[in-house]
Design a protein around this ligand. Structure first.
Ligand SMILES: NC(=O)c1ccc[n+]([C@@H]2O[C@H](COP(=O)([O-])OP(=O)(O)OC[C@H]3O[C@@H](n4cnc5c(N)ncnc54)[C@H](O)[C@@H]3O)[C@@H](O)[C@H]2O)c1
Length: 262
């Protein structure tokens, strides 16, 4: 990212969950370009290590499962205790599976909810406790989805978990605003990542289409006329972290190329 949006971010530290790849990595890269020290926390420890090493010598990584309270509390305490703490949390880790609502299993439901909303709950709670105790300020950006605004077919369980992310974001934002903590969410659309690759293959199979036909449908629904790139979300995340967004909290902002305009 060449344009500096927010000079006040220089010298801050951000934890980016699910930052080893895709949208999280793009956000981490953009924040690093604004002088933010990055701590990548991802289930895939080796990919997290590689992503961090591409972001300069100050960047760090942790293997972390955001759906496990003990794991989150231990890792966040370690970051507070030995790495000088943090100022920003990007709660971005997420998963999806695809199935018709009538065929969904308990396992699919629980997996999507464990990572997508329990992971946001646990990481946001750890950060807010720390911000209240040590900083008296802080910024959280959660990754929700287009599917948090409109029900997505074949993704009913995922959609429900992402609607929950926005409910949580709004409620938490109201609770902690007076203490100097802002909580917002980004809502990406059809983003070209490994998650999308998996979804395109599943959707093609479930609907009897080719992967190419599925992608053409995504693009046809997008007024700006192409698939979204992870970097398309990064500028918004940087903005939300910065003082330029100092009067914004409890928002779920769409970055979808116009797929959803509400
Ligand atoms: N790709 C899209 O079209 C799209 C659209 C809207 C929202 N999103 C959301 O954006 C976020 C990032 O998605 P992406 O497309 O970059 O996906 P991705 O699969 O490319 O990357 C997700 C990252 O999260 C990590 N992760 C998975 N489970 C984890 C866990 N339990 N604990 C910690 N890390 C975990 C993975 O290892 C991976 O590095 C997710 O929350 C996703 O739901 C994606």
């Amino acid at each position: 990212m060449s344009t500096l949006l927010a000079t006040d971010l220089k010298g801050k530290t951000a934890i980016v969950t699910g930052g080893a790849t895709g949208i999280g990595k793009a956000i981490a890269t953009a924040l690093a370009a604004h002088g933010v020290r990055i701590i990548i926390a991802d289930l895939n420890g080796e990919a997290a290590r590689q992503a961090a090493s591409s972001l300069g010598k100050d960047a760090q990584s942790f293997a972390l499962d955001v759906s496990k309270r003990a794991d989150v509390e231990r890792t966040f305490a370690q970051i507070e205790g030995t790495l000088g703490g943090y100022d920003l949390l990007i709660a971005n880790a997420g998963v999806s599976t695809m199935n018709r609502a009538i065929d969904l299993t308990d396992e699919e439901w629980d997996f999507n909810f464990a990572v997508n909303i329990k992971g946001v709950f646990l990481t946001n709670q750890a950060a807010v406790r720390y911000f209240l105790r040590e900083k008296k300020k802080g910024v959280i950006v959660n990754t929700a989805s287009l599917a948090a605004k409109v029900g997505a077919p074949l993704l009913a369980h995922y959609s429900a978990s992402k609607f929950a992310v926005l409910g949580w974001t709004q409620a938490l934002a109201r609770e902690v605003a007076a203490q100097g903590i802002r909580v917002n969410a980004v809502c990406p659309g059809f983003v070209r990542t490994s998650m999308q690759e998996r979804e395109v293959a599943w959707e093609a199979k479930l609907r009897g289409l080719t992967p190419d036909q599925v992608i053409k449908e995504y693009v046809a629904q997008t007024p700006l006329g192409r698939l979204e790139e992870p970097e398309d979300i990064a500028g918004l995340a940087v903005f939300l972290c910065s003082d330029a967004a100092r009067f914004m909290t409890g928002q779920g902002i769409n970055v979808t190329g116009g797929v959803y305009m509400g």
